[in-house]
Design a binder for this molecule. Sequence first.
Ligand code: ZN
Length: 318
Amino acid sequence: MRMAIAPHGLHHVTAIASDPQGNVDFYTRALGLRLVKQTVNFDAPDTYHLYYGDEVGNPSTILTFFPWRGVAAGRQGSGLTTATAFSVPPESIGWWQRHLTGLGLDVDGPRTRDGEEVLTVSDPDGLVIDIVAAPGDARSGWDGVAAIPAEHAVRGLHSVTMSERLPERTAALLSGLLGMQLDGEDGDRARFAMAGGGAGAVVDVAADARPRGLQAGGTVHHIAFRAPDKPTQALWRRELVEAGLHVTEIVDRQYFTSIYFHEPGGVLLEIATDAPGFAIDEPLLELGRSLKLPPWLEPSREQIAAALGPLRVDERAS
Ligand code: ZN
């Protein structure tokens, strides 16, 4: 049976950090995201894998990090996802500018892009974070951070920007096999929408003549799109394979299952399932407060915890 691929939005973005504590402090206090899971990189269990999101860690609100202590700084350039955007209510953009500036961060903007106001800030490793004033975003975000009133809270991911030397090749994959719709062009940028688009379901492809970027600290590792369930994911995988892409087997990531493949410009893409989610191994109220390991790593918990080092999660900020 053939089944057209049609992801219904961004699932998560995964990036590379250096110091895990600085990462936790920035994303919980400055951006007001909830740390929804402390676990390890399943492919390198001596390093953390940290997940941030809304209260539940719903798909389309998730940003995750591999913090590798001592990692060299990456370099922005083509063939990378060069910006990760979060959505806030349009009337909150001034509040965010004051909040971020008040924390001593360099804030660029607001400027207008694709008809929306955008602020840009860098995390402690230089990862580029856009804050986009997006009307009509019905997601509720996370209101557990005392310094960030619920009405201003980040609602979730807005979009990502893929920078490409040959943007037409990437555009052809997104609008062809991956079933996205071209949803406007602004200068050297083209916007692609999933499932009708809107915040959380947007990919921007920007023409970028720079040399290929270097993926290391402060850069995005991969971006993931949403599949509704595992059977659909398996059918989509077959479509990708039949189209000639090199796609991994379905990998168990404990909180979702995943497949991975590269787009022609070099960006690693993932398709991840919505279920089972982050409440599978700890109660909703306690998400992110302690180290969780998949069953096959539990026997090594002591050594793993020693290698990771402690992480301080401020209860008031998380
Ligand atoms: Zn991923």
